[in-house]
Design a protein around this ligand. Structure first.
Ligand code: PLP
Length: 232
């Protein structure tokens, strides 16, 4: 199937999931995860109307941002190293993967230099997988208190990468728990925090994530096909 056909299928499924959940389609933003994929494939998605893309490596986000049309929103969804943060002001619409104070500090510093506000999500490791990045759920509240001191950071919500599972139903509880955590964190009245966005759901489980309240779904394989990491 072509990228265009895949997008039609994904769009159909997003609409169906919204309908099941009694949600409006406009509440969910599809992030087309274009990591490792060439510009030509992104151009095809662009022609089909997609304006929001996700990358997990800074260098690749920079190259694609600087090559493609200006009306695209690029989301940084992958683990972020502090020495790469300086490339993101002016390029990344949102950083989904903030999970340490030292990283937040560097983001604040670099965005202040650039005279910009960084729009971020806090990454939470809901399943407690050792291989994954992200804060433990019980550490999010104190993290938000500490982050309140950064004048150049605005926190929009939470993100999680759920485990890879055969049956997406297995991840439903992770998604409901992330939503509950988001709602709990709304009690915080810090000026630079607005707990409204939930980035959760990938190719294998985005429909369940939408049913449980996702506002961003990050779909790669389902749009662009399997990734070939040997070729980079
Ligand atoms: C690669 C990636 C995705 C997309 O994964 P698919 O299973 O291909 O849809 C989503 N989120 C993050 C953080 C990723 O790194």
């Amino acid at each position: 199937m072509s990228v265009t056909e895949n997008l039609q299928e994904v769009e159909k499924r997003i609409c169906a999931a919204c309908e099941r959940a009694g949600r409006d389609r406009s509440e969910v933003t599809l992030i087309a995860v274009s990591k490792t994929k060439p510009i030509e494939m992104i151009e095809e998605a662009y022609a089909a109307g997609i304006r929001v893309y996700g990358e997990n490596k800074v260098q690749e986000l920079v190259e694609k941002h600087d090559t493609m049309a200006d009306d695209i929103d690029w989301h940084m969804i992958g683990h972020l190293q502090r020495n790469k943060v300086k490339m993101l002001p002016g390029r990344a619409k949102m950083i989904h993967s903030v999970d340490s104070l030292r990283l937040a500090e560097e983001i604040d510093r670099q965005y202040e230099k650039a005279g910009e506000i960084a729009h971020i999500l806090i990454e939470v490791n809901m399943a407690g997988e050792e291989s994954k990045f992200g804060l433990a759920p019980q550490d999010v509240a104190s993290f938000l208190d500490e982050i309140a001191k950064f004048a150049n950071i605005y926190v929009h919500g939470l993100m999680t990468i759920a485990p890879f599972v055969e049956d997406p139903e297995e991840n439903r509880k992770i998604f409901t728990d992330l939503r509950k955590l988001l709602i709990d964190m709304r009690a915080k009245n810090n000026d630079n925090i607005d707990m409204s966005e939930l980035s959760m759901g990938m190719t294998g489980d985005y429909e369940v994530a939408i049913e449980e309240g996702a506002t961003f779904v990050r779909v790669g394989t389902g749009i662009f096909g399997a990734r070939n990491y040997q070729k980079g």
